[in-house]
Ligand binder design. Structure first.
Ligand code: KG4
Ligand code: ZN
Length: 344
């Protein structure tokens, strides 16, 4: 007899996307609903926690209802409710956690706590059946930049992370300096297509020969000085720059960030003898990064397999939460109603 599939309702509110999804057996996406708050935060050039929290409160139940309806199931078909409870903005996380706990209690469902970063990593695993281990996972998002030694979905071990800005944060801040729209990642990528990545030699911070940590605040400052002068007293040159000059800065900045991400990933691969590289997080949507990592994996001896999250699951979503929760469900790793959001 075929065993019954496990339907998990996933909930994600760690930053500025209110998302819910139903995934069966960790792989079959039955629905994915995302209410983006980009429009609300755009004029501030970054996420405003109080605005994010209020928007999550407004959207959370309609988004969950839509995810269940789109999946073509009823609440009785849900086996567990999973929620990203860390890391993220506490005032944002609390909305998803409260909704998940309320529904778990009202509908008598199991509750599963998910680490948002581990979930990003899981999105690279969605289509994979035959993962060769060990793997190195690179998670690059707006809030985090991390390398993991990955041997199972339940216990990725942190190898290194950023000591200051995250890669996505650097994209967003440099976009702000260049007066490009928010979120900065897609805007820089688009602008960079017209630019010369070798036009300006921005610094690549490697933090020593063995380090697997990252630092992106230096390159952000280098772009700022390039545009405003070393003493920051000069005029803001961006207003008088041609589109080509701005494109050259965007392309040179993007190339420097990608260089560091690829070299550090290569270091991690060599250190743990990885067979596979996983790539996830919002910045993983960047085509140049995807291509550069593919090139690194192809030229390694022996070659490595690269698994990249599908583009729609790179930025924040609830599919990755529900997918990872399946493995916790199978391992009997449940949370209880004392679950709380954790910023870190
Ligand atoms: O994973 P995510 O949705 O949120 C966090 O968990 O932080 O990542 C959002 C980040 C933003 O910084 C955004 O600028 C960046 O991902 N991003 C990109 C691209 N698309 C989104 N960065 C570079 N290139 C892109 N195409
Ligand atoms: Zn994220």
């Amino acid at each position: 007899m075929q065993s019954k599939s496990v339907n998990v309702l996933g909930i994600e509110t760690s930053c500025d996307e209110t998302a819910a999804a139903v995934v069966a057996d960790g792989k079959i996406v039955k629905s994915s609903i995302i209410a983006s708050q980009n429009k609300l935060h755009e004029k501030y050039g970054g996420v405003v926690p109080e605005i994010a929290s209020r928007a999550h409160i407004e959207k959370i139940y309609p988004v969950i209802a839509e995810a269940i309806a789109q999946a073509g199931i009823s609440k009785d078909d849900i086996d567990a409710i999973a929620v990203a409870n860390q890391p993220g903005l506490t005032v944002a996380l609390v909305v998803g956690v409260t909704a998940a706990k309320t529904l778990a209690l009202a509908w008598d469902k199991r509750l599963i706590a998910i680490n948002h970063l581990h979930a990003h990593l899981q999105s690279a695993m969605l289509a994979e059946e035959n993962l060769q281990l060990p793997a190195v996972a690179l998670i690059v998002s707006g809030g985090h930049t991390c390398l993991y030694d990955y041997r199972s979905p339940l216990e990725p071990n942190l190898l290194g992370s950023t000591i200051d800005d995250a890669a996505g944060e650097a994209f967003d801040k440099v976009a702000g300096i260049l007066k490009l729209p928010y979120p900065g990642g897609p805007a820089i990528e688009k602008m960079a297509e017209k630019g010369n990545p070798k036009a300006i030699k921005f610094p690549r911070s490697m933090l020593g020969p063995d380090s697997l940590d990252f630092s992106f605040s230096g390159i952000k400052t280098a772009v700022l000085y390039y545009c405003r002068g070393q003493d920051m007293k000069g005029e803001d040159k961006v207003d008088s720059m041609s589109e080509q000059e701005i494109a050259d800065i965007a392309a040179s900045f993007q190339a420097a960030v990608i260089d560091v991400l690829v070299k550090k990933t290569q270091r991690a691969v060599e250190k743990i003898g990885a067979e596979t590289v996983l790539l996830g997080g919002g910045v993983a949507a960047n085509n140049e990064l995807r291509c550069a990592l593919q090139k690194m994996c192809d030229s390694a001896v022996p070659q490595k397999k690269l698994l990249v999250a599908p583009k729609q699951y790179c930025t924040d979503n609830a599919v990755m939460v529900a997918s990872l929760a399946y493995y916790k469900h199978q391992a009997g790793l449940f949370a209880d109603l004392t679950l709380e959001p954790k910023a870190k």
